[in-house]
Design a protein around this ligand. Structure first.
Ligand code: MG
Length: 373
């Protein structure tokens, strides 16, 4: 295990919380962030939100909760090898999807379309909004009052107009600076996790076949290795042995290439990390392979007609909910009534974004079905 590097984020030198608090006892500032995220309502809801498959389609598919745990695990392993702060990576990983709407990417696109005339909807920005404003748990502040470093890691992307509205947390997008290496690790751990578990879930669902995947270089290479080593192996173990090798290759490559990048840029402090180009990254050959895999998943899985059918339903549900509440805000539950008078569209977007897949479907039935109350 590497020693903590000089360019790692340091909890004791955090840029702090928006609302000053006494230092935590028995844990670091980043560990406190992680603990607060785990105890939040939005975190528990991740169990019933999905990325590709809708929650009720089967108990074996990843949810946003298991996805976030996988991102945290992969992120910690990378951080450990690079001498970075594992707790910060974990906090960012566990929080990175808190702002996601029901029904995965389709839900987010649909809500963004509904919000076009009201400032739009970006899921990264919404994750930040959840931890800064929407969680209601503490007496002295809204949200979770997380450290600057965790918050900047959560805000992976942000449009320039929104960055201008965000104060210090938006500055790096305007100054073209990088976040901490821990944030960069969490971002790539996210990609490693979803590319691989979507392969696994895609095969499990039967939407993609092993035959098709054998034409994708990164999968074929690792599948051959498994077949050579275990000629008798069949069924799910073949897939699992292949996927775990792919994850391992990616982590190993990421650590090796990032170490080279760091050695080359030679940052001594976090400020030098911020001013450098992104230092966490894959080698060129792995990057190319990953692009091929992503393209495969996009065309064969994410746009599979059965996924498209579900996406179509999801889009209609989100749109119908949004329009019904905009039309008559009195349909909203009582705890939203004060807020909706101050900012109607954003309050409705917050309500819808907070829904789980099944809650959104139930709310749709409650609003539009005469049999249901
Ligand atoms: Mg993610």
């Amino acid at each position: 295990m590497a020693e903590r590097a000089a360019y790692a984020a340091q909890a004791e030198h955090s840029r702090g919380r928006r609302c000053a608090e006494p230092p935590p006892a028995g844990r670091t500032e980043f560990q406190r962030d992680r603990d607060r995220i785990i105890h939040s309502t939005a975190f528990r809801r991740l169990e019933y939100k999905t990325q590709v498959f809708v929650n009720h389609e089967g108990d074996l598919f990843r949810t946003r909760l298991t996805h976030s745990l996988e991102v945290a695990q992969i992120g910690r392993a990378i951080a450990r090898s690079l001498g970075l702060d594992q707790d910060l990576v974990e906090a960012i990983a566990l929080a990175h999807d808190l702002g996601h709407t029901p029904f995965g990417h389709t839900g987010q696109d649909a809500l963004n379309a509904c919000m076009q005339d009201h400032g739009g909807f970006e899921h990264n920005l919404q994750s930040l909004r959840v931890v800064d404003k929407l969680e209601e748990r503490y007496a002295e502040f809204d949200g979770l009052n997380l450290t600057f470093e965790t918050r900047e890691g959560i805000l992976k992307h942000c449009s320039l107009p929104n960055a201008k509205l965000l104060g210090e947390i938006g500055e790096r997008f305007l100054n073209k600076q990088q976040p901490t290496l821990e944030a960069q690790v969490a971002d790539l751990a996210d990609a490693i996790a979803y590319n691989n578990h979507d392969v696994d879930d895609g095969l499990r669902s039967g939407l993609i076949e092993l035959d098709q995947l054998s034409h994708v270089a990164v999968f074929a290479r690792h599948l051959d290795e498994v077949k050579q080593r275990y000629p008798q192996l069949a069924g799910r173990r073949v897939i699992h042995e292949t996927v775990r090798r792919m994850i391992n290759t990616l982590i190993t490559d990421l650590v090796a290439q990032s170490t080279k990048n760091i050695q080359h840029a030679h940052p001594h402090t976090l400020d030098e990390v911020r001013a450098a180009p992104p230092l966490i990254g894959f080698s060129d050959s792995i990057h190319t392979e990953q692009r091929e895999l992503k393209h495969f998943l996009r065309t064969q899985l994410y746009q599979h007609y059965r996924v498209n059918r579900m996406s179509g339903k999801a889009r209609r549900i989100i749109k119908a909910l949004f329009e019904a509440f905009m039309d008559d805000p009195k349909l909203l539950p009582p705890q939203y009534q004060d807020k909706v008078r101050q900012d109607q569209a954003r309050t409705i977007a917050d309500y819808i974004a907070g829904m789980t897949d099944r809650y959104a479907m139930k709310e749709y039935r409650r609003l539009f079905s005469v049999e249901e109350l």
